[in-house]
Ligand binder design. Structure first.
Ligand SMILES: Cc1cc2nc3c(=O)[nH]c(=O)nc-3n(C[C@H](O)[C@H](O)[C@H](O)COP(=O)(O)OP(=O)(O)OC[C@H]3O[C@@H](n4cnc5c(N)ncnc54)[C@H](O)[C@@H]3O)c2cc1C
Length: 372
């Protein structure tokens, strides 16, 4: 008998889980709060690592398509000092496929493929252990039961309270994201400064990172330490106010670097929250978590990779199923917790060094990563 499986959330974790199950002809119900795939901007570029995100795509049978879409040249990394002088400039070898970049929208569409998503299905609550299985209550009042509910619904998961009372806490660092379009024709000097991949500038307790996406789109992330009560979760109503407060914060930095803020549009606040580094829970039959819902950590290039690996591994364990799905889920959770705890420590230490009182520490971190 096939189990009734639902996955809540169609980000990298949920889609990879569903796509690998689909490859094994196992039915899965996909529940997503967004009303449509393009209901909101998909976000910036992601680097997918060999042995992590790329391994997950291989398990989904999508590695060749990923290689055709991804941008190996996006692995280029340049560091400038606040005066605008280049202090490091790493370029990938032509055959380097270790961490190529892909736009989030492209990755989503690649994973979606033939999957049938129930868009506009926001989950409000999950109640395990009812007579007919795990009860899912939707935001619109409907309800439905399943044998397994997989919470892949991100940082503010509505599934998580069914297994854990833990909630994310603020790291002390906020990002403000802005973007530039058509950079090669509209801002050729900035395009040259950024290069083919990413460019970063680090100062005392702050940094500016610019990342190339496809089609001449650039995302800029201003990062700084600030108390938790000075920012909101939503886009600031006034882009000009956001721009001038950032220009004041980075006052004195080289004019071309500040041009990244001067020409930016649509400023969005992203205070960085994390779950505890070793977030585990007592296993609850019929419910589990994947990706950010299970192990939210600072955005240092691991979160989507881990989310996809989680999704692929859980799907394969279920598909291999000797019958006892709950045992497969329990064993998967142990593996996921150990791996996530390792990365949570690495990324927390990384964030401390990138947004630190000593900017040389940020450069030293990149030296270590590039030489490993
Ligand atoms: C600025 C930035 C840059 C990053 N860069 C990288 C990078 O280069 N490499 C990398 O590996 N990671 C990166 N990350 C981290 C990465 O984005 C996340 O770790 C990853 O998206 C987590 O995937 P997920 O599927 O677990 O959750 P999400 O991507 O958050 O997806 C959750 C999904 O669940 C849906 N949902 C939420 N609530 C409900 C509900 N109640 N009911 C139904 N659906 C719901 C949401 O709409 C969403 O579609 C970055 C993060 C940020 C902020």
């Amino acid at each position: 008998m096939r189990h009734r499986i639902a996955v809540v959330g169609c980000g990298p974790a949920g889609l990879t889980f569903a796509r690998v199950l689909h490859r094994h002809d196992h039915p899965v119900t996909l529940l997503e709060r967004d009303p449509a795939p393009d209901a909101r901007p998909p976000g910036g570029t992601l680097d997918l690592r060999e042995g992590m995100g790329q391994l997950a795509l291989d398990r989904a049978g999508l590695l060749a398509e990923f290689r055709a879409l991804s941008r190996p040249e996006g692995q280029a990394m340049r560091i400038l000092d606040p005066d605008g002088a280049v202090v490091r400039d790493w370029r990938p070898r032509p055959d380097d496929r270790a961490n190529p970049e892909i736009d989030r929208g492209q990755l989503r569409d690649l994973l979606l493929g033939p999957l049938d998503v129930r868009w506009g299905s926001g989950v409000a609550e999950v109640v395990p252990g009812t007579r007919d299985g795990v009860l899912v209550r939707f935001a619109d009042g409907r309800q439905e039961t399943f044998d397994l509910v997989v919470g892949a619904d991100g940082a503010w998961s509505r599934v998580r309270p069914a297994v854990s009372s833990v909630t994310p806490h603020y790291t002390g660092v906020t990002m403000v994201e802005t973007s530039l379009d058509d950079v090669d024709t509209r801002h050729p000097d900035l395009a040259r400064m950024i290069g083919d991949g990413s460019m970063a500038v680090y100062g005392v307790n702050r940094g500016l990172v610019a990342q190339r996406n496809s089609g001449g789109h650039v995302k800029v992330y201003a990062q700084f330490r600030t108390p938790p009560d000075r920012h909101a979760h939503q886009e600031p109503a006034d882009a000009e106010a956001a721009r001038s407060s950032l220009l004041a914060l980075f006052d004195g930095w080289a004019p071309p670097v500040l041009d990244l803020l001067r020409h930016g549009t649509h400023f969005a606040h992203r205070p960085l929250y994390v779950l505890p580094e070793s977030h585990t829970w007592t296993h609850v039959g019929g419910v589990t978590l994947l990706g950010d819902a299970a192990h939210l950590m600072p955005p240092l290039g691991a979160g989507a990779n881990l989310a996809m690996l989680d999704g692929a591994e859980l799907a394969e364990s279920i598909a291999a199923g000797s019958g006892d799905m709950d045992e497969a889920v329990r064993a998967f959770e142990e593996r996921m917790w150990a791996r996530a705890a390792r990365w949570a420590r690495i990324t927390a230490a990384g964030l401390d060094r990138l947004v630190s009182p000593n900017p040389a520490d940020a450069v030293a971190l990149f030296d270590e990563v590039q030489s490993s």
